[in-house]
Design a binder for this molecule. Structure first.
Ligand code: AMP
Ligand code: MN
Ligand code: MN
Ligand code: MN
Length: 303
């Protein structure tokens, strides 16, 4: 169990981007919930990669902790050959199209992990798909992080970041892309599930113009407040969001990696983000069940 490092004075913190071991985080959903409680978070969203299992596991338990848990998800997608992560909030977690998309992505993750492991074996690593697959959470979501952790067992002098750079990143010749759905097609799937789409960690976009393309595809918001986003970029994204009437969110992208744990709790998303996110959701549900039995969704947050 997690040790409590300190008692936090501020007890109403918000974090809208968190991972559990249902994807590539290190904590089970319950351990994460417990840690969030200890570190003073009272509104959270579990945004695992391509699975909602972590959220479903603790959505009832969160009530006992007095934590408001917003349905969340981080969908792997692509645009112009680059991997793009789209967050989804407040979706209907029984929506078959959305669940179908997640199943599709995760089947391709297994195939891709096998290919990456084959390539690593061909350059001398004695790692094994079945062994790594046994280490993944109950959702069976396998990703590069699980492979990186296995490599670390032998390459003990390298950091995870160095392992990614050397073997797993897009610029490594061992890189294998995931088969995912384009951003253009992902955004409508989120919208059709009643959800809100948000571009995750925009500072990771490699090329100019991609942000404008994604806005043109109808993204609802931008994740502006990330601890890793430099201030000047946060200001730029805020400006972009205001200009395009997009909502603004934020989160730590916490995976409970060893270097992250002590600091977890030092970050909180401004409360205004939550107000906008929830009012957007309110507008969406207010409009449900019109004469066509369809929800009439907003493309943009209108302040
Ligand atoms: P995947 O979903 O399998 O493509 O893996 C992507 C995940 O790998 C990201 O969500 C991060 O958690 C992790 N990741 C990507 N790049 C790095 C890096 N340079 N160092 C550590 N973790 C990384
Ligand atoms: Mn991750
Ligand atoms: Mn991401
Ligand atoms: Mn993330």
């Amino acid at each position: 169990m997690i040790k409590m490092n300190r008692i936090d004075k501020k007890m109403n913190k918000i974090d809208l981007h968190l991972h559990t071991d249902c994807s590539d985080g290190r904590l089970s959903p319950l351990q994460l919930l417990d840690l969030c409680y200890q570190r003073g978070y009272r509104t959270i969203s579990i945004t695992d990669h391509d699975t909602i299992d972590g959220f479903l596991t603790v959505k009832e338990k969160a009530k006992e902790y007095g934590i408001d848990i917003i349905p969340g998800l981080e969908i792997s997608s692509y645009h112009k050959g680059a991997e793009i992560h789209i967050l989804a909030y407040h979706y209907d977690y029984e929506n078959s199209e959305l669940l179908g998309l997640l199943e599709y992505i995760n089947e391709s993750r297994i195939d891709r992990a096998r290919k990456i492991i084959d390539k690593l074996q061909s350059i001398g690593f004695s790692i094994d798909f079945d062994e790594i697959f046994e280490s993944v959470g109950s959702s069976g979501i396998i990703g590069r992080t699980h492979i990186a952790r296995e490599i670390m067992k032998t390459e003990t002098n390298l950091t995870v970041n160095e392992i990614f750079d050397r073997y797993l990143n897009e610029n490594s010749n061992l890189y294998v892309p995931k088969i995912t759905v384009s951003v253009k097609d992902t955004i409508p799937i989120i919208k059709d599930s009643g959800g809100i789409s948000v571009l995750a960690h925009p500072h990771r976009l490699r090329r100019n113009g991609i942000l404008d393309d994604i806005i043109a595809y109808g993204i609802d918001g931008i994740e502006v407040y990330c601890p890793k986003t430099p201030n000047y970029l946060q200001n730029m994204y805020l400006h972009k969001a205001n200009e395009n009437k997009l909502l603004v969110t934020g989160g730590s992208d916490f995976h409970c990696e060893p270097h992250e744990e002590a600091d977890f709790g030092s970050f909180s998303v401004p409360e205004s983000c939550l107000k906008y996110l929830n009012s957007f959701n309110q507008k969406t549900s207010d409009q449900e069940g019109d004469e066509y039995g369809q929800s009439n969704r907003f493309n943009r947050y209108q302040p």
